[in-house]
Design a binder for this molecule. Structure first.
Ligand SMILES: [Mn+2]
Length: 432
């Protein structure tokens, strides 16, 4: 008996020793250089418990698919064009001069008007994880029309599952229009703390103001929208699902057009087509259809797909990842080129960009930019946007590719773009 017990004891001790060694080896393995990255992304721990996105065969609807829009009649309902009565047309034309948008038309249209469902029919049948990350929708504005700004907020609140919407964060880039002062503060009280308002104390420009919004946001994901949008049905879960799967993925909704003079809502792209963002060597942003060889291997045309870049205005990203990348380069001026800067940084730091056909957001394309850059542009010689492009290229392109840009934009050679400070810790992330 005793002999057996001693043997058992020994066996037990040996077992403990082996278990301890295995444990230590596992800890060393976790901290080896290849895996440190995984740990910091959180994917190693969460992978086993994460829910999957699945496509439901048959007629079954996906878990976040809402009821159809009730049939309503009224100005602009159904996304139809709206026209002013003759006695208001002058006023309407004047507002186009002031805002680049016909605000008199906008004011006559309901904040929550119905709009056509422009998605691929498949989109109704996707099942998304129930524990998607909470999101701060960040909306930067400068002298925006009141009703277009508020319609953006109304549609976000009405058409997002509340459990995934941490807040809508409005960031005012030093507007001076009276309607955006107290009346705005009073209006958003109806949403209690769900809608927050921050104000810059001087003009900072879109790029820096967005970075401020990202820093002050409370959600795990930040989602930037322009200040004149209408989000469409079930727009949010499809944008969050890829980020939930991998925090280094940035997601981009497909944009529909809203006419600045009639508020007609219509798709920009042909039905069923999938486009993605590219750039040419003079840094002109373009879009091309997804190549057939990529489309062929995708089981569903409505599934997200990789894209080199994006137009800039509307996208979602893990907040901490965005800040780890140094947010937007603070040396970029006002507007332009920030979409490329962020895209290049994402790919060169191991991340990627996905366009999401099942997330549709309407955007008013303005007739022109209704404001100037004020003091922001005074100190600089040369076109701001070319200075920005030069800065992005000098930082992120290899010599060979820089030459392609200078061949297209020879004048850029003599422009000065200022000193560049690498974001802290980014060197370890760059994959050469
Ligand atoms: Mn816009």
């Amino acid at each position: 008996m005793r002999a057996l017990q001693i043997r058992r004891n020994r066996f037990f001790k040996l077992f403990l020793l082996v278990a301890a060694i295995l444990g230590i080896l596992f800890i060393i393995y976790l901290h080896s250089p290849e895996n440190v990255h995984n740990i910091s992304t959180g994917s190693l721990y969460k992978r086993t418990t994460k829910q999957k996105v699945t496509f439901l065969e048959g007629k079954q609807l996906g878990n976040f698919e809402p009821e159809d829009f009730p049939h309503r009649s009224g100005p602009g309902e159904g996304g139809k064009p709206h026209h002013l009565s003759p006695n208001k047309q002058n006023e309407g034309a004047q507002s186009v001069g002031e805002y680049g948008i016909n605000m008199v038309i906008s004011d006559e249209i309901a904040m929550d008007r119905s709009i056509p469902d422009t998605r691929n029919g498949e989109c109704k049948h996707w099942q998304y994880p129930e524990d998607l990350p909470k999101t701060s929708v960040v909306i930067v504005f400068h002298n925006e029309g009141f009703s277009t700004l508020m319609r953006t907020v109304h549609t976000v609140i009405d058409r997002s599952p509340p459990q995934f919407l941490e807040e809508v964060l409005l960031v005012d880039d030093f507007s001076d229009k009276a309607a955006l002062k107290e009346p705005l503060e009073d209006y958003i009280k109806r949403w209690n703390d769900k809608v927050r308002l921050l104000r810059n104390t001087e003009r900072e420009g879109l790029i820096r103001t967005r970075t401020r919004g990202a820093k002050e946001a409370r959600g795990e994901v930040i989602l930037f929208l322009d200040a004149h949008c209408e989000v469409n049905r079930n727009w949010l879960p499809p944008l969050l699902a890829p980020i939930y799967r991998d925090r280094t993925i940035m997601t981009v909704p497909v944009i529909d057009g809203i006419d600045h003079d009639t508020f007609e809502y219509r798709p920009v792209y042909g039905p069923g087509s999938n486009f993605r963002g590219i750039f040419e060597w003079g840094m002109l942003y373009k879009e091309t259809e997804l190549p057939p060889e990529m489309e062929r291997v995708r089981p569903h045309r409505s599934a997200p797909y990789k894209s080199p870049t994006h137009a800039g205005g509307l996208f979602a990203i893990n907040r901490e990842y965005f800040l780890e990348l140094g947010a937007y380069d603070p040396g970029l001026l006002v507007w332009g080129g920030e979409n490329f800067e962020l895209s290049f940084k994402i790919w060169q730091c191991g991340g990627s960009i996905e366009w999401v056909p099942c997330s549709r957001v309407g955007h008013v394309y303005r007739g022109f930019m209704p404001y100037n850059f004020g003091k922001l542009a005074e100190k600089k010689k040369g076109p701001l946007i070319t200075i920005n492009y030069k800065r992005v290229i000098e930082v992120w392109f290899d010599e060979k590719f820089k030459e392609y840009f200078y061949t297209r934009e020879p004048l850029a050679k003599i422009l000065r773009y200022g000193g560049y400070q690498w974001p802290i810790g980014i060197e370890e992330k760059i994959e050469l």
